[in-house]
Ligand binder design. Structure first.
Ligand SMILES: [Zn+2]
Length: 152
């Protein structure tokens, strides 16, 4: 941690304590170069990244919408609801722990495709073939609604 006064990288923690609320750690530091003291706070940061569409507009991540698009891709496929729930949870966790502030709709689509690939090949192909040409999941839902699986 750099000293805010003299920019030296040689600073020491002289005291550490958890805040009253228990959600932060307060550290008292001392710069060994200029001998001045300062305080830092450490907090967990778990922020859902904003989804950036291809046209550059930003939108909040919407788990319900995500689940909707997975369900559409998986329509009439032999996949358990619990498995879909677990896939949605993994995608959310992946986004939360990525540390990213923003994620492109393309990256989000890839996370979805990685999960679908494990769940069901037909659903994966449905999603992959349709999703990649769309701006966002909303458009994908509209399109896949009309998407017909070729008869075997
Ligand atoms: Zn200093």
């Amino acid at each position: 941690m750099k000293c805010p006064f003299c920019s030296s990288f040689d600073t020491q923690v002289i005291d550490s304590r958890v805040s009253e609320e228990g959600d932060a750690i307060r550290r008292r530091r001392k710069c060994t170069a200029c001998d001045r003291r300062f305080t830092t706070y450490e907090r967990a940061e778990l922020v859902m990244p904003t989804v950036v569409k291809r046209n550059g507009t930003r939108t909040e991540f919407d788990a319900a919408k995500l689940r909707g698009s997975l369900n559409l891709a998986l329509r009439k496929r032999p996949v358990n609801t619990e498995d879909v729930d677990a896939a949605v949870a993994r995608i959310e966790e992946n986004m939360l722990t990525s540390g990213l502030r923003e994620i492109s709709s393309g990256q989000l689509g890839e996370l979805v495709m990685a999960e679908l690939k494990k769940l069901d090949q037909v659903a994966y192909v449905r999603f992959a073939s349709v999703y990649q040409s769309f701006e966002d999941i909303g458009e994908f839902i509209k399109a896949i609604d009309e998407f017909k699986v070729p008869p075997r």
